[in-house]
Structures are given as C-alpha cells and as structure tokens.
Design a protein around this ligand. Structure first.
Ligand code: M6R
Length: 596
C-alpha cells in the first residue's frame, strides 16, 4: 500500500523524505514522488513510475532544495502505474500539493462536480479530487481549506498537504489509513509507519481517526475532526532500526524465517512467570465474562487467517468452545450472528488491514467483545479492540509473512490455554507439560531445504492448516500455481491433477492421522507424483514411502504447526530465489493492505 513521508525542519527535505520512503518500500509500491515548498511561486515536484531508485537518480541530476515537503510511494488502485498518476498531485496553478494513502469512495461524484465548476484533471486517480477540493476551499488559510475538503470525502485517507503561501507549514490528516507523527528537535515528521522516521527520532504520536496535524511556526498541534485541540500522549519507540534492517541476510524473508525462535520466545516469555503461569495482562476478560461467551469468531486475511485456522483447533481442543473462522473480506457480507455474547478474535500482523478493521467495527457495533492479536503496537486494530494480545515478533518487512504467523499461533495457544484454565477444561499438569514442550521447540529450526518449481500440499487435521499456509507462501513469492488439499479429499476430484513428476509436499505430523497420510502418499506416488514428506523425526515409516523426507523435531501434535511451517517457508524462499524473483517484494502485492 502507499507510503507517506512529510518533513518540516532544517534538514534537506528531499533527503529525509527519500530516506523515509525507502524504509516504507516493504509496503509495496509501483511509483514514487516528492513535492517541496521552496518558497517560490510554485511547489517544486518530481514523480516517477517504478522503483524509488529511479526517482533518486532523477533527483541526483535535478535536486530539489528546501526544508518542507511531502513524499509518496504509490500502490496503484485508480489508474495504472505512471508518472502522471503518481503522487503528489497538484492543483492547476501548482501552488498546493497533496499525497494520499487510501481510497476516496465518492471521488467520481466529486470529480464530476469539480469538472462542472471548471476544474481540469490530469490523472486517473481518486486523489486528484482532494487537491482540487483544497484549492476550491482555499482562501489563505490552509488548515481550514483541508478541513472543508475532507468534509466532502467518503472513504479512507491519510493525507499530507503543503501550499506555497505557507512556507513553513504542513497539514496532515488520518482517517482509516495509518499515519504517525515524529517529534524531533525543532523538526517534525509525518509518516505511514515508524521505520520511516526512526533514524531521526523515537518520540511519536499515533494519530487517531479524524485527527488533523498542523505543523506551523516551529510547533506541531493535533486537532480532532471538530477542530478541538487534542492533548496527545508521546510514545517512545523501543525497538531498534537494526531490527528493521536485513542483518546480513540477502533478503528480509530469510532473516525473518531465522528470527522465528526469537519472535516466539519474546511472545512467550513476556507472559510467563517463574511458575510457568500465563499472564495475559492485556486481556481483561474475567472467568465470568468468558463463561458468558456463546460464540467465538476468528476473522483475518491471508496468512493471519491461516493462523486463525490453527487457533480454532487449539481453542476448541483445549478450551472446548466452538469457534468459526472467517475471511475478513467475506465476514461482514455474510450476515454473521453477532451479539453481546460474541467474542470476535481478529488477527493482523500490521494491525492496519482494512477488511479486518471493518469486521471489528461491525462486531463492536453489535455489542461483541473484540480481542486483537497484532504485531504492531498502537496500530488501528490494537486501538479499536477491547483486549489486545501483542505478538512480539518485531517488525516484519518482507511481504510474505513468516515470523508473524508462528508468533500468531503461539498467541492462539496461550489464549486457548488461558481460556482453558479459566473454564477449567485443562489440568495444571497438562498445561505445564504443553508449555514446556513449546519452549523446547524454540531451540529447533530447520535450515536447509531445496527449491522447487511447482507443488501441491497435502495434509490432514492440523497439517491441512499448515498445508494451506505453505501453499499461500509458495504461490505468493514464487508465482507457481500451488494448492493445498485436505488429503482425504483427494479421491473426490483432486487426484485427477496428479501427473508424473509433480512434486507433492505431504505434511505428516499428527500421530493419529499418520497412517492415513501414508495411504494418501501411496495413492499420489502410484500416479507419478514426486513426494516430499515433512514429518516428525520419530516417524521412520514415512521415509520408506516418500521420495524425500524433511524431518522436524517431534513435539506434542498440537504444537507441530509451529515447526512444520518452517521448512515450507524455506521451500517458498528458495523457489522464489531460483526463479529470480524479488523475494521481499513480490509482484502486485503490498505488505499492508489498507484498502478493501
Ligand atoms: O497485516 P495482516 O496480518 O492483517 O495482513 C494480512 C494479509 O494481507 C497477509 O497475511 C498476506 O496474506 C501475506 N502477504 C501473506 O504472506
């Protein structure tokens, strides 16, 4: 999704903005641009289709000097990637410039209205209506013009606005799309995410929906949508910029695969005391409130949804509460049964996924309690939720989610155990044993795995959930068509796809289902498949039937998804490398999907 950086201070705005945009590349983009107020007659700007380096090269030849500016990386929604459609967008006189992340839903009707009033449009974007609206309402007061403009907008937007008449001013707005403020010494930053400003400051404001930032006269003020001054709490970022850089690995994805033991450990140990008791301090739900819950939904997108499938299994098995898992983009259109006795658990690494947020809002409006599992402190999902469980996986930069997934599963196990203890569906002994085994697993990581050209994944029970996540990972970064199938469904149609030489990955970690999986392996092998099994190192039978076996350390069946997913992540990684793809930034994808 698009990234925004804005700067007001004494440094070169161009340098700060380009550097900040480079830290937002993980969000996904197809073009980049910058606008700087040089205190001249018009705003200076440059925008280029393609990688940020293209814009950088251009600026090396044609630098834009100045200390106040806005920049943007665009992930196309309305109109193809092109120089013209790139942000910033400017009014006709080029005296006002706007960058935008989000989607303006009513842009067509505004556009028609503005055209009827004589405005001309250069781009196909929804964003261009914003700059013309600001222009229309502008009478010397920039913030008033922005307030008037946003009153007419419907949809999601984080905005940065500068105007030539206001050489030391920047106005920024946050509605649904993320935006933070960085507070430096006599300098201010706005950005879509913290890494963009971490080089300069650790002091930030997380903006709420509807808040408007006004930087002027070397001061920064935040107002709410009714123009009341807001007293914001300064948050200090305690993670390091190093944590968000590659640390010697070729790609963020590989680093993040290796980060997993640490991510799991952090997620676990912050909630365990010396007696190995779980403390979920941010989950305020009492035993009585939990007893009152009659329905649990887990709602998320992509990999987070796949973690939810494992979560359902854990909660049902340990806490004995029935759970339904739904894809966030489908949830609110499927007439879900929600009332005050419903618990909605949302899962989101970024905490900014638009569909997940919309599902939460719907559930809250019907009185449900919302528990969020997210990796980003202060994210929109965290702020909307009644209770929050933070996965402490650290910043995840690669588009393909890896360490967030395993940390999400750990989160589910801890929540399931906590619920189970509260509901007295598990004994203290069984509980301690489960946690101990989880801790042991932290030590074990699967390192080497061969790359592959195409694959199917098969599994049963929990292994089917791992298979689904494995297939998503492989297809999203290698672009190989990959599907996961419940192995028991093979004979009901899928087996027709098996032909000579097709690699079929079989996840076999559930003891009670292993024999059935062996039969399925034989079925596909009889039709020519090349079978790679991912199995517990205690299962010696598997290597007799599979062509190749990746053994992983044996643990309690319930905990195996945390281990079995690791080799599948490496399969995806190496397949992507072998095909010459950009592992961390797969085509067409964004890290944080902040539009529907
Ligand atoms: O930030 P979220 O966890 O809400 O993101 C959800 C999905 O967009 C995300 O998991 C996506 O499927 C990943 N690219 C998969 O690797």
């Amino acid at each position: 999704m698009c990234g925004i950086v804005g700067y007001v201070g004494k440094r070169s705005a161009e340098e700060v903005i380009i550097d900040g945009l480079s830290k937002l590349e993980y969000r996904g983009y197809d073009s980049a641009g910058i606008a700087i107020n040089q205190n001249k007659e018009t705003i200076a700007f440059a925008k280029k289709k393609g990688r940020l380096s293209i814009l950088e090269d251009y600026l090396k030849e044609m630098p834009i000097l100045g200390h106040v500016g806005i920049g943007h990386t665009r992930w196309a929604t309305h109109g193809e990637p092109s120089d013209i459609n790139s942000h910033p967008h400017l009014n006709e006189k080029e005296t006002i410039a706007v960058v935008h992340n989000g989607i303006i839903e009513n842009y067509m009707e505004i556009k028609e209205m503005l055209i009827a009033e004589g405005y001309t449009f250069k781009s196909e974007t929804d964003t261009e209506v914003i700059v013309h609206l600001v222009d229309k309402h502008y009478n010397g007061n920039l913030i008033e013009a922005v307030y008037a403009a946003i009153k007419q907008l419907r949809g999601a937007y984080a905005l940065g606005v500068v105007a030539v008449d206001h050489p030391d001013e920047l106005v920024a707005v946050r509605k649904e799309s993320p935006l933070i403020v960085g507070l430096g010494k006599e300098e201010f930053f706005v950005a879509s995410d913290v890494p963009a400003i971490l080089k300069y400051t650790r002091e930030v404001y997380f903006l709420e929906n509807g808040e408007v930032v006004h930087i002027k006269d070397n001061a920064l003020k935040v107002y709410d949508e009714n123009k009341n001054l807001v007293n914001k709490e300064v948050k200090t970022i305690d993670w390091d910029i190093e944590a968000a850089s590659k640390g010697g690995y070729d790609y963020f994805m590989l680093k993040e695969i290796y980060d997993q033991p640490q991510a799991i450990k952090e997620t676990l140990i912050r909630r365990l005391d010396a007696d190995r008791m779980i403390h979920l301090d941010d989950i305020k739900m009492t035993k009585e409130q939990l007893e009152d819950i009659t329905k649990v939904y887990i709602v998320a997108c992509g990999t987070a949804y796949n973690a939810g499938l494992v979560g359902k299994y854990a909660i049902e098995k340990l806490a004995k509460i029935p759970v339904e898992v739904d894809i966030a983009s489908e949830f609110r259109y499927s007439n879900p049964f929600i009332d005050e006795k419903t618990l909605l658990i949302v899962v989101s690494q970024s905490g900014e996924t638009a569909d997940t947020l919309a599902a939460m809002k719907l559930a809250k409006s019907k009185g449900a309690r919302v528990l969020a599992i997210t990796n980003v402190v202060g994210s929109s999902v965290a702020r909307e939720a009644t209770d929050v469980f933070y996965t402490w996986a650290g910043p995840e930069i690669a588009v393909a989610s890896t360490k967030a997934y395993t940390a999400q599963i750990v989160a589910f196990y801890m929540i399931a155990l906590d619920f189970a203890l509260k509901r007295e569906t598990i004994t203290q002994d069984k509980y301690s044993e489960t946690v101990d085994k989880g801790k042991e697993m932290i030590e074990n990581i699967v390192k080497d795995i061969k790359d592959t050209k195409s694959a199917f994944y098969l599994g049963r029970g929990l292994d089917y959930m791992t298979a689904q996540e494995a297939a998503l990972k492989l297809k999203e970064i290698s672009y190989i068509y990959t599907e996961a199938f419940a192995a028991g469904e093979l004979k009901h149609g899928t087996i027709a796809l098996i032909e000579k030489g097709i690699p079929v990955f079989c996840v076999v970690t559930q003891d009670d289902l292993a024999e059935k999986m062996i039969s399925n392996i034989k079925e596909v092998k009889a039709r020519g498949a090349f079978v790679i099994a991912i199995a517990k190192d205690t299962n010696k039978e598997i290597s007799k039937v599979a062509d190749d076996t990746i053994y992983i350390p044996a643990a309690d069946d319930l905990l195996m998804p945390i281990l079995s997913v690791v080799p599948t992540q490496l399969v995806a990684y190496y397949a992507s490398l072998a095909r010459g793809n950009d592992v961390d930034k797969p085509r067409n994808l964004a890290k944080s999907v902040t539009v529907e």
